[in-house]
Write a protein that binds this ligand. Structure first.
Ligand code: ZN
Length: 354
């Protein structure tokens, strides 16, 4: 298969020569892929022995892909393709439903998988989520035509429930997720905590938060139907957030799209491909940016497919340019003595451009 960007890092394989790879990573000249022991061991041992991969067809229904990468950001073999019929970037194959459930229930939030190797306490997770999520609350507040009081607010896949902490106690707050220690902690904060996903919600919420959730969906068409069933037409606000591919060219991940690829993510959306996908299902955007933070409302008016392949390809190429510029900057840093770097950063702080 032809590659969209023919660069060796997208074809890299882990070669057991760990010392050299770690040294290379340490240099910060080329960042990805980065070896991560727990992650790598989990997917190459447990997952490859116990899970099975199925074909993962494009959401536009057409099979016309070009290969973007054969590795994820941690050296695990994982094919990422771009659809030439719509511009959606996705995993070429994905695990079965039962594998995905096993993964999120037993591994995702534990030392077996997490990159930082440490087990966070539920309280740590809750407080960190709260600290990092004020902007979500602000955006929801800005997008809402009504007061954020006496509402039913759902955080789907909301971890320990820290995002809900920003909302007034006069609201009914609900958390749906799969990891018991976090769910139990959220209960102590006045949050109704339920183990499960969209299928467990038996009422129509006023606000649904899906932060870093949709890119994990292994069965998008079924999940979006369930989401639509929960909507109050022209009323429910859906806050949706995930890493947008169109912000790579602006320097996110130091311009390297490979830094976004990891097995829990099935989809890698650009803002425009995502907006069109939601439009095709009857959602209208209230707000969206390239990061992506977005708010959608369900109107039921479905729009047509727009093929954004060329735009997406252009964004990936521009990302490559940003990455090369960053490598050059990193090289300079690498060879300059620490004293000079310190001096430069001092000068930069005085708003003089380096
Ligand atoms: Zn497609």
């Amino acid at each position: 298969m032809k590659y969209i960007i023919n660069h060796p890092r997208f074809k890299k394989k882990y070669d057991n020569n760990l010392k050299i790879q770690e040294k290379f990573n340490d240099s910060k000249i080329n960042k990805f892929p980065i070896y991560d022991k727990n992650y790598f061991d989990f997917f190459t041992n447990y997952a490859s022995q116990n899970y099975r991969l199925n074909k993962n067809p494009c959401l536009c229904g057409v099979e016309n892909d070009i290969l973007l990468s054969e590795t994820d950001r941690h050296y695990v073999n994982f094919n990422i393709v771009v659809c030439k019929n719509c511009g959606l970037i996705r995993a070429e194959k994905y695990y079965r439903e039962e594998d995905v459930i096993d993964f999120y229930k037993n591994f995702y939030r534990t030392v077996h998988y997490r990159e930082d190797y440490k087990d966070k306490t539920p309280e740590d997770a809750f407080l960190k989520q709260k600290k990092d999520s004020k902007f979500k609350f602000d955006l929801i507040k800005k997008s809402s035509k009504y007061d954020l009081q006496n509402l039913k607010i759902v955080d789907l896949g909301g971890g320990a429930g820290g995002v809900l902490a920003h909302f007034d106690e006069k609201n009914e707050k609900y958390l749906f997720d799969f990891y018991d220690p976090y769910l139990n902690f959220a209960k102590t904060k006045g949050i109704y905590s339920v183990k499960g996903g969209l299928e467990k919600i038996d009422f129509k919420p006023d606000i649904i938060i899906l932060s870093h959730v949709i890119e994990h969906w292994n069965n998008f068409n079924e999940e979006i139907k369930k989401l639509i069933d929960l909507q109050k037409e022209n009323h429910t606000l859906n806050y949706i957030e995930f890493p947008g591919i169109d912000s790579i060219k602006k320097g996110r991940r130091e311009g390297d799209v490979l830094g976004d690829f990891h097995i829990p993510h099935v989809y890698y959306f650009t803002s425009y491909v995502f907006e069109n996908l939601m439009n095709r299902h009857g959602f209208e955007k209230v707000y969206i940016d390239s990061q992506i933070k977005s708010v959608f409302i369900f109107t039921g008016r479905k729009k047509k497919l727009i093929n954004y392949y060329n735009k997406c390809r252009q964004d990936l190429f521009e990302g490559e340019k940003a990455r090369k510029i960053q490598i050059f900057k990193n090289l300079i840093k690498f060879f300059l003595p620490a004293k000079i770097i310190h001096l430069i950063s001092k000068v930069r702080n005085k708003k003089i451009k380096f």
